[in-house]
Design a protein around this ligand. Structure first.
Ligand SMILES: CC(C)(COP(=O)(O)OP(=O)(O)OC[C@H]1O[C@@H](n2cnc3c(N)ncnc32)[C@H](O)[C@@H]1OP(=O)(O)O)[C@@H](O)C(=O)NCCC(=O)NCCS
Length: 331
């Protein structure tokens, strides 16, 4: 509600009795009808109020879209409202379904036919619909998130990206297209992830981390961003940076001590503790991580001959090792 009031405060004066008042009224009505419904004893009456609250929510969304068209609110603010309203309409749908089941048992009535009255979050312009096959997913304009995920304001999230249960995307992050953010993941402010980045469950990606396209972050791997943390000393703003190059993979439970970059297509074994820069295509394991060989882009060990040449056994791509650096032939 405070967000609605704050945003509409900046609307032109001439709108004070027009769209400003309408948006505020419909937002208040959502909350009031939910409150009113919850105080009713009759299941039928409860349901009626939740249906009205649902209509108020979609009305409010429609007015916000119009305000965006008129240039009164920014695109990112509209996106935040869309997400919040999707969550509300999703919860109202759930409430309604649970009341429907009570009605079938105790108050069978012609008036209430669960299928024909089924509510769907509607968006008059863009497709904000609950994903049909999985009603727990919420589809925004471009990306999809589970309804338990938290997405803060002012983050950019690319088309086709999916964000799963209990994950938290904090402000000012940039997440590319077609990424998969697993369960219980935290993406801290200002983190940048490229396209097609796969983040497995329980990963925290802290401020200062940037990952290029096609990076794989294994389950429970750990980034750090302060080298000498002390609870009583505030080191905010002194974060060390960690860059993970294109196509690199970090194994399960690996720890990356901050300030060390992972080269492109490098491979960090499960449980490794990285304390130095890892070159492109290097395979590093152990604590502290030591390089045990080289890995192809396709994810297979490269065995270099005396001339410093190797071929990936699966892709057939050729690689050259020169001056302790590997590069793919033709690039
Ligand atoms: C690093 C890795 C790719 C090596 O695989 P590999 O080439 O098949 O290596 P091998 O299993 O033949 O092991 C070679 C040697 O390295 C050791 N080794 C392998 N992985 C290791 C690791 N993560 N840490 C420490 N040592 C490791 C082996 O014990 C073996 O040692 P030895 O020669 O003394 O017996 C693999 O073990 C690994 O860690 N993969 C990451 C898995 C993961 O985290 N997946 C996440 C998605 S589920």
């Amino acid at each position: 509600m405070s967000l609605i009031y704050n945003v509409t405060k900046a609307f032109p004066q001439e709108e004070i009795y027009e769209i400003t008042a309408q948006i505020r009224r419909s937002a208040i009505s959502v909350a009031s009808n939910i409150a009113e419904g919850s105080s009713r004893i009759s299941v039928k009456e409860q349901k009626r109020y939740y249906e009205i609250a649902f209509s108020n929510a979609t009305e409010c969304l429609n007015q916000l879209i119009i305000s965006n068209d008129l240039g009164y609110i920014e695109n990112h603010a509209l996106l935040t409202f869309r997400e919040n309203i999707s969550r509300i309409t999703y919860s109202l749908n759930k409430l309604k379904s649970s009341l429907d089941s009570k009605l079938t048992v105790s108050e069978p009535s012609e008036e209430y036919k669960p299928k024909s009255t089924s509510l769907n979050p509607i968006n008059p312009i863009s497709p904000i619909n609950l994903a049909k096959e999985n009603p727990e997913l919420i589809q925004t304009i471009g990306y999809t998130f589970h309804y338990t995920a938290l997405i803060d304001n002012d983050s950019e999230i690319g088309e086709g990206t999916k964000i799963w249960h209990f994950s938290h995307i904090m402000p000012h992050c940039k997440i590319g297209k077609n990424c998969n953010i697993g369960q219980n993941v935290v993406v801290s402010p200002e983190v940048i992830l490229g396209n097609n980045v796969k983040v497995q469950n329980n990963v925290s990606i802290y401020t200062g981390v940037t990952c290029d396209d096609d990076v794989f972050l294994g389950p429970s791997c750990v980034f750090t961003n302060v080298v000498n943390p002390r609870s009583a000393v505030n080191r905010r703003g002194q974060y060390s940076k960690t860059h993970v190059g294109q196509g690199a993979s970090i194994g399960a439970n690996a720890t990356i001590v901050c300030g060390h970059d992972i080269g492109k297509f490098a491979f960090i074994g499960a449980g490794a503790v990285v304390t130095k820069h890892i070159p492109d295509y290097a395979l590093a394991v152990g604590n502290p991580a030591k390089q045990m060989g080289w890995m192809s882009e396709y994810g297979h060990r490269l065995k270099f001959d005396d001339k410093g040449e190797a071929t990936c056994i699966k892709s057939g791509d050729a690689y050259i090792l020169k001056d302790k650096n590997v590069h793919k032939v033709g690039e």
